[in-house]
Design a binder for this molecule. Structure first.
Ligand SMILES: Cc1cc2nc3c(=O)[nH]c(=O)nc-3n(C[C@H](O)[C@H](O)[C@H](O)COP(=O)(O)O)c2cc1C
Length: 352
């Protein structure tokens, strides 16, 4: 077997030592948006295990943008200070680290999955979510308040400030979270965006918010730093956002300074029917790569080395993201990278 995923990937000035990425995965374990000992251990362990890039979980650009009260955030300077040791620890393991900048929109103020379902009431620390249109995700979720144009400007400003803070905290890259039915995706999809102003309507209107976020985030980070994006390439709902519209929008925005697109899917509304199975989103990454010429990442039930290698060999993607596999098995990359490409800490060499 060849081991394509052992090859480095260069994005702007950043060399990622291999093409196995740790997918962003919410830990719902923060207080006031601050990373703690859990986060530092969790991310460092996966970095030691050999991934090339750790993508830190959805990290909110503002308090109202959190999925749950226990999400991470980058809306203040204390958060920057608290992220620094985590970032340093991951980098010292020879790994590179990005942070996923997020706003949950109408899917904000919900319980961590193991604490409950749907909206957190104000009495338990919840808040009123905001969205492009006053349409709830489903009956368990709060009815969001429609954002005014001034408020949309403020959210773009929050992405800018969070991107600057990511640079101050020492991150190697930022990822814009435009997937899984969170705020940016809510603007993109005709199913959640019923606005009739300049942020709604046709594809160009619905992607205006995304364009503003990309342009502003790009302007907030150094030229040398890559800006990644995670998209849901389809809603998996007839009449919704789909891979062709997604590729069309990416073609229009890529010149604003996007360096990599991580291709996921779904999350916009209940009733979606994703064909979940091994590598079920790889075809979407392939299509986006073909149509946009952008470097892409594939994610979703990629669990064997043969599969990961084949995805890269077949030209479907330039990197693969591993999610739940790494929760079960942080050392999977070290066991599957060739001996001359893995980074075993000297203390552990006798185990390999
Ligand atoms: C516990 C958990 C938390 C997640 N949190 C995020 C997140 O913060 N941002 C995101 O884009 N995707 C998130 N996801 C989706 C994963 O990044 C990934 O796309 C998904 O799990 C499919 O990949 P896998 O089959 O390798 O796990 C999460 C998934 C899990 C299991």
């Amino acid at each position: 077997m060849s081991v394509q995923f052992a090859e480095p990937l260069v994005l702007r000035s950043l060399t990622i030592p291999n093409r196995l990425f740790m997918a962003p995965m919410c830990q719902y374990s923060a207080r006031d948006g601050l990373p703690n000992e859990w986060h530092r251990r969790h991310y460092t362990e996966r970095a030691l295990g050999g991934v090339g890039l750790v993508v830190v979980e959805a990290t909110s650009v503002s308090p109202e943008g959190r999925i749950s009260p226990s999400d991470l955030g980058l809306w203040n300077d204390e958060q920057v200070r608290t992220f620094r040791p985590l970032v340093k620890s991951v980098r010292e393991a020879g790994c590179r680290i990005a942070v996923q900048l997020a706003h949950a929109g109408r899917k904000a103020s919900t319980f961590p999955p193991w604490q409950g379902k749907g909206r957190v009431p104000a009495s338990e620390g919840g808040w009123e979510p905001v969205a492009p249109s006053a349409r709830a995700f489903d009956e368990d979720y709060a009815l969001p308040r429609e954002l005014s144009i001034r408020e949309i400007d403020r959210v773009v400003g929050a992405f800018v400030a969070a991107a600057r803070r990511a640079v101050e905290a020492g991150f190697d890259a930022v990822e814009i979270h435009a997937a899984h039915g969170y705020l940016i995706h809510q603007f993109l999809s005709p199913l959640s965006n019923r606005s009739t102003d300049e942020y709604g309507g046709d594809s160009s209107g619905r992607s205006r918010f995304l364009r503003e976020v990309i342009r502003s985030v790009r302007g907030a980070v150094p030229d040398s730093m890559p800006v990644l994006i995670r998209v849901s390439a389809t809603d998996w709902i007839p009449g919704g956002w789909d891979v062709e519209e997604c590729a069309g929008v990416l073609n229009e925005v890529k010149a604003l300074g996007l360096d990599f697109v991580d291709v996921s899917s779904g999350g916009l509304a209940p009733g979606a029917k994703p064909p979940v199975g091994p590598g079920y989103q790889v075809g979407l990454a392939h299509r986006i790569r073909e149509r946009t010429g952008m470097p892409t990442g594939a994610v979703g039930l990629i669990t064997t080395a043969e599969q990961a290698d084949q995805i890269l060999l077949s030209g479907s993607a330039d990197a693969v993201s591993l999610g739940r596999l790494l929760l079960r098995d942080p050392w999977w990359p070290a066991r599957h990278l060739p001996a001359d490409r893995r980074r075993i800490p000297p203390q552990y060499l006798r185990a390999f």
